[in-house]
Design a protein around this ligand. Structure first.
Ligand code: GTP
Ligand code: MG
Length: 461
């Protein structure tokens, strides 16, 4: 039972038309009444109504700000507790002073995400839904936002809960057969049923896991890294995609020394594009660090754009880069095609060399080939078609990891059933899978993990 009352400024810091201070907990209503002077005297306050008046310091009734206040009676509130919201003028001072008098009345300053955490602890949202709230707040594209809204409405939770429920009832049966070992026949039935239900659950988990790759990309954006040897046109490519002169472009090899990151929206998908220092063996200390950073950026890339200068021969440095990236999702960009008199011939050669990767001929100096590159990216990552947002999609690494562990446990279980392992041992794997799935929706989750999840939220949410 939560018995303290929390308060925080729920609107972002800075200047705005209005700013809101939110109070939640058993003392919310009494604190609200103490700090507010209604325009007209009120004996009874209606829930979910907006009242006009002034925020005052209860000590001496000095007026702090003109405001609107609402009292929302539990359980139909964000936290399922009594909630009061004060709409002040949206400046730093009115909000800080209002919060100050609220705290002086006995409320405690809320931790980041604590309102949403209460919604979770009071059973209004499960953990995956609570995480969706922050996903919506942080969404940078419409797609990311739709994913968050779907998750908030319980799309993912329902599927996970259904699988978990099946496994839970199976576990109950298995445990019953352990408790009554004299029923040999029970054991036999259990064994067959375990095998078939495990198989079905595995298929459902696989189905969810299959959405995870695209789910993350749709939510967070595609981590795209531009690499190549110096002076081939990497920074020119970044600028062309951004349609602005973001990175310095010169004809001096080694112009870019640091990694540079920018975001664009490509047909609804967010792309985080990283321009890197040209990779080559160098004695220059600064450039060396740049090259190391380029190589590091490659490790976490979802997509690599490998830029080569098509007017030049392939170099040893490029050979090494290619070794590094050949097995990863990558597109080869044959730049400076304008310098060639026989571009088709050269492109045919490159096509052979980089098979089966896609090659896009570009002239970044003349802004040619951008459309083709955008198409190539869609083809590489989404097989040409940007996937639709499904009602249940895995978009968080935490969920993916839990599903993967549940899958492992069920695979172990399948093996053990086949090997004729005693039923009581099967219960262990089953139990693990149930726990893992429970971590997603929060049925089985430690207080530490919950705290960690909510600590990434903003104050006042
Ligand atoms: N002719 C021609 N020149 C180009 C083209 N694209 C880029 N350049 C020139 O090539 C030079 C290097 O371009 P950058 O974009 O700075 O190359 P980079 O790969 O970022 O180079 P570093 O940062 O040094 O690794 C500049 O002088 C560009 O104007 C092109 O398509 N055709
Ligand atoms: Mg550069």
């Amino acid at each position: 039972m939560i018995d303290d009352t929390i308060a925080a400024i729920s609107t972002p810091p800075g200047e705005g038309g209005i700013g809101i201070v939110r109070i939640s907990g058993p003392a919310a209503f009494s604190i609200g009444r103490q700090i507010f002077l209604f325009k007209r005297k009120r004996e009874k306050i209606k829930s979910h109504y907006l009242y006009y008046g002034h925020v005052v310091d209860p000590k001496d009734q000095t007026v702090i700000d003109e405001a609107l206040i609402s009292f929302m009676r539990a359980p139909h509130t964000y936290t399922k507790e009594d909630v009061v919201e004060v709409n002040c003028h949206g400046g730093i001072m009115p909000l800080a002073k209002t919060l100050e008098v609220i705290l002086a009345c006995g409320a405690r300053l809320a931790e980041p995400g604590e309102f949403t955490q209460r919604a979770f602890l009071n059973g209004r949202l499960d953990l995956a839904q609570a995480e969706a709230v922050i996903q919506i707040i942080r969404a940078k594209t419409e797609t990311a936002m739709r994913l968050g809204v779907n998750q908030l409405s319980g799309g993912l939770s329902q599927k996970v809960k259904a699988i978990r429920q099946t496994l839970l009832s199976l576990l109950a049966q298995v445990e019953a057969s352990i408790d009554f070992p004299e029923h040999q026949d029970v054991e036999e039935v259990a064994r067959e049923e375990i095998a078939s239900k495990t198989k079905a659950s595995l298929a459902q988990i696989e189905e969810l896991l299959a959405t995870a790759h695209h789910g993350r990309i749709l939510r967070e954006g595609l981590r795209t890294v531009i690499v190549g040897k110096p002076n081939v046109g990497k920074s020119s490519l970044l600028n062309a995609l951004l349609r602005e002169q973001r990175a310095i472009v010169t004809n001096i090899p080694g112009t870019t020394r640091d990694v540079l990151e920018e975001s664009i929206n490509l047909g609804g998908i967010a792309l985080t594009i990283t321009d890197t220092a040209g990779i080559r063996t160098t004695e220059d200390e600064v450039e060396k660090i740049g090259v190391e950073r380029s190589l590091a950026a490659l490790q976490t890339a979802d997509l690599i754009l490998f830029v080569v200068d098509s007017s030049q021969e392939f170099s040893r440095d490029e050979e090494e880069i290619w070794q590094e990236i050949a097995t990863k999702p990558c597109i080869v960009i044959a730049n400076k095609i304008d310098l060639l008199t026989e571009p088709q011939e050269k492109l045919a050669l490159l096509a052979e060399q980089f098979q089966p990767k896609q090659i896009v001929a570009m002239s970044l100096l003349y802004n040619e080939g951008i459309g083709e590159l955008e198409e190539a990216i869609k083809a590489e990552i989404f097989q040409g078609k940007v996937p639709a947002v499904e009602s249940a999609m895995v978009t968080s690494t935490r969920h993916k990891d839990a599903l993967r562990r549940a899958k492992e446990a069920l695979l172990d279980l399948t093996g053990a059933v086949k090997a004729g392992v005693a039923v009581d041992l099967l219960a262990i794997d089953l139990h693990t899978a149930v726990e893992n799935l429970g971590e997603i929706t929060g049925e089985a989750v430690s207080a530490d993990l919950t705290r960690e999840i909510f600590s990434t939220f903003c104050i006042g949410k």
